[in-house]
Design a protein around this ligand. Structure first.
Ligand code: MF3
Ligand code: CO
Ligand code: CO
Length: 269
């Protein structure tokens, strides 16, 4: 297994691609309202990426081995959808939770980030708690990235916190190295054992994107070839940042004016 170490020039380009990815989320935020379809959100984001940012939407026609080409420009995962939800013509309802996952390509480099959105003013407290705890899981994973540590430290920290909240961690999908390719080595597990896996080396760039289920961890793939849902139909949430290992710690690359700030305190003490 070889994890690429990015050069100073690579890192400069990755900062740009990652900021642009986050800015797509900033742009689309006001449109995430009851009544809008996920297809409309896809269209808005596609046009913004292509016409305003001069970016390529990385998901469009992306076809990893064993998959049919992804037919849309963003992923929209509503309620019990864990990830890779295909935008469709069904309007979002007051009380839904939805993850919008954006990956742009700028100058050949990929920036990958996702956020949860609460749709309308009637989201149940249990759903809000799941979104908040999952946001905290992402940040706990980010905080586990430090010189001298190992990739397993990320998963161990996330799993511990998610399970303390009574939730489960999805195992089949993980974070990933990223750069000139969308999905590079290593696989960044969101569960596991501290001290295992490769060591962090300055210049590594990868995503941390925990998928946390309110119920059991088991997944089910839908017949559209992409959408992944919880087997027990419980709610699922996900947040994603792309990060760089530095000499002293970690730099979050997918930041923009509208990025939610890191949590000041944790919901579970
Ligand atoms: N953005 C997703 C990730 O975080 C991957 C989506 S692949 C797609 O890795 F083809 F569904 F877009
Ligand atoms: Co990703
Ligand atoms: Co993503």
């Amino acid at each position: 297994m070889t994890i690429s170490i990015k050069t100073a020039q690579d890192i400069e380009k990755m900062r740009i691609a990652c900021r642009l990815g986050a800015e797509v989320l900033d742009y689309v935020t006001p449109y995430v309202q009851p009544g809008v379809t996920t297809e409309e959100l896809d269209r808005l984001c596609h046009n913004y990426m292509v016409n305003e940012q001069g970016c390529i939407p990385a998901p469009l026609n992306y076809a990893p081995p064993g998959y049919i080409p992804y037919p849309k420009s963003i992923c929209t995962s509503v309620n019990q959808v864990i990830c890779h939800g295909l935008p469709n013509d069904k309007p979002l309802k007051n009380g839904d939770i939805v993850n919008l996952d954006i990956t742009v390509i700028k100058d050949g480099y990929h920036g990958d980030t996702s956020r949860m959105f609460l749709v309308g003013d009637n989201v149940a407290n249990h759903a809000k708690r799941l979104c908040q705890v999952t946001f905290e899981c992402m940040w706990i994973g980010i905080d586990a990235v430090k010189p001298g540590g190992h990739f397993g430290d990320i998963g161990a920290a996330i799993q511990k916190y998610a399970e303390k909240a009574g939730y489960s961690v999805v195992r089949e999908f993980c974070g990933h190295g990223i750069g000139l390719r969308f999905h590079e080595e290593p696989q960044v597990l969101h569960y596991g054992k501290a001290g295992t896996g490769p060591a962090f080396v300055p210049g590594m760039i990868f995503t941390i994107e925990p998928m946390i289920n309110a119920g059991k961890r088991d997944i089910k793939s839908l017949s559209d070839g992409w959408t992944i849902v919880t087997k027990d139909r419980s709610l699922s949430a996900q947040w994603e940042h792309t990060v760089l290992v530095t000499e002293t710690g970690v730099e979050v690359l997918t930041v923009s004016a509208g990025s939610p700030e890191r949590p000041e305190t944790l919901l579970l003490g």
